[in-house]
Design a protein around this ligand. Structure first.
Ligand code: SAM
Length: 199
C-alpha cells in the first residue's frame, strides 16, 4: 500500500517538476570502468554524447559524491582531470560508513587523472571560484544540499549533471529550481535512476 501511495505521489511530482527528456544520439561503452555495484551504471554511455551535443571542453571535471569511485572512473575516460570530493563516510541515503578514503584512494591509484579530496562540498566551495567543463553532483539526495551544491555547480561549470532525478523527487525539484534560478537549459535522461542536465 505504502509503495503504491509513493508511486502515485512521485508521478504527480514528476509532472509538477517537468523536465524535457534528453535523447542521446549515440550510446558509447567506456573502456575504463570499476567492476563494482553502483546505481550510476549505464550513465557512462551518454557522457560522450553530452560532451558533443553541448560542445564541452574536456580539460576538467569535478564530482561531488564519489563514494567508491564508480562514476569517478567512468568520467575519467572523457576528461583530462577528474577531481572527486567526498567525506568518504557516507550519508543517510547511501549508507553511513567507516572512513574509506584510504582504501578508495588505493583502488583508483592506477587512474592517474583522478584526484580525490576528503572534504564536505560546503568546505570545498567556500571562497572557491574555479570553473570546470563538467560538474557531477551525487551527494545526499535531499533538496537543501542538492540545491546548495548544485547552484554552485551550475554557476561554476559549462554543464552540471545530477544523479537520481527519477528515484529522489527532492533531487528533481532542486534541479528544476536551479535551472529556473540560473535561466539555464535543463534536460532529464530518465534511465539508470535519472540524470538531470543543466547547460
Ligand atoms: C550516492 S553516493 C555517490 C555514488 C557515486 N557517485 C557512484 O556513482 O557510485 C553519495 C556520496 O555523497 C557523499 N556525501 C554526502 N554528503 C556529502 C557532503 N556534504 N559533502 C561531500 N560528500 C557528501 C557520501 O559520503 C557518499 O559517498
Amino acid at each position: 500500500m505504502k509503495y503504491f501511495v509513493k508511486r502515485i505521489k512521485n508521478k504527480a511530482l514528476r509532472a509538477k517538476y517537468n523536465l524535457p527528456t534528453y535523447e542521446p544520439k549515440q550510446l558509447q561503452q567506456a573502456s575504463k570502468m570499476l567492476e563494482i555495484h553502483s546505481a550510476w551504471k549505464g550513465l557512462e554511455q551518454i557522457i560522450p554524447d553530452i560532451i558533443e551535443r553541448f560542445n564541452l571542453n574536456t580539460d576538467s571535471c569535478l564530482e561531488f559524491g564519489t563514494e567508491f569511485c564508480f562514476s569517478t572512473v567512468a568520467l575519467s575516460n572523457y576528461f583530462d582531470k577528474v577531481i572527486g570530493v567526498d567525506t568518504f563516510i557516507g550519508d543517510d541515503h547511501s549508507g553511513i560508513k567507516q572512513d574509506h578514503y584510504e582504501s578508495t584512494s588505493e583502488s583508483v591509484e592506477k587512474f592517474n587523472n583522478i584526484h580525490l579530496i576528503q572534504s564536505t562540498y560546503q568546505e570545498y566551495i567556500k571562497n572557491n571560484e574555479d570553473q570546470h567543463d563538467l560538474i557531477h553532483v551525487d551527494i545526499i539526495h535531499d533538496y537543501k544540499h542538492t540545491y546548495q551544491c548544485g547552484l554552485w555547480a551550475a554557476t561554476h561549470s559549462s554543464c552540471a549533471i545530477f544523479h537520481d532525478t527519477e528515484s529522489f523527487m527532492e533531487v528533481r525539484h532542486a534541479v528544476y529550481d536551479i535551472a529556473k534560478k540560473t535561466g539555464k537549459k535543463v534536460y532529464n535522461y530518465p534511465h539508470h535512476n535519472g540524470l538531470g542536465i543543466i547547460v
